[in-house]
Design a protein around this ligand. Structure first.
Ligand code: FMN
Length: 161
């Protein structure tokens, strides 16, 4: 049986809703990424500016709570919002700092219509680690996406067996 960990970061709640939906569908543990509350503003444009600065300087945000022991898991579902066509910087922090062992990484993400280079950038940060085909959902359509989520999970876990 696959041991599954769900890791998610959400700035405004959509990805957290998707992560909760997934966790209701499969037996799994969940780790919610948090950064210092002062890291990002409540305003989208200011948050975008901060994220761009982090990318340019390479100073990705620090994750504030103890990290999970990922070596216990076969599959790690990693969820975040699309920011400027890429994973939100806390997702990059997670991929850069956490040893995920031999687990298959499976990205899921929410966006407002333009996912851009999310999965390609996710793979860059994953380096040599295995990465499955991801699941992208429009943020305001998460509630109506159950069939799509289910079929992604079924395919993912079938391949992993
Ligand atoms: C800084 C920032 C940049 C964003 N860039 C994009 C983008 O490039 N493409 C897109 O479709 N949506 C973009 N969005 C919208 C979010 O991806 C979308 O609302 C997502 O569902 C938010 O997830 P969350 O509620 O988990 O934070 C951006 C939002 C923010 C705050």
């Amino acid at each position: 049986m696959n041991k599954i960990l769900i890791v998610d970061y959400s700035w405004s709640g959509h990805t957290a809703t998707l992560a909760q939906t997934i966790s209701d569908m499969v037996a799994s543990d969940r780790y919610q990424i948090q950064v210092q509350p002062s890291t990002f503003a409540k305003d989208m444009y200011a948050t975008s500016d901060t994220a761009q600065q982090q990318l340019q300087s390479g100073n990705l945000p620090t994750l504030v709570q103890p990290l999970p022991d990922c070596n216990n898991y076969d599959v790690i579902l990693v969820g975040g919002p699309v920011w400027s066509g890429k994973p939100a910087t806390p997702i990059m922090s997670f991929l850069s700092t956490v040893d995920t062992g031999n687990a298959l990484l499976a990205p899921f993400y929410t966006h407002a219509g333009t996912a851009g280079e999310y999965e390609a950038t996710f793979k860059q940060f994953a380096g040599t680690r295995p990465v499955a085909t991801g699941l992208g959902i429009t943020g305001n359509a998460v509630d109506a996406a159950n069939p799509k989520i289910k079929s992604w999970l079924e395919q993912l876990l079938k391949e992993e067996k």
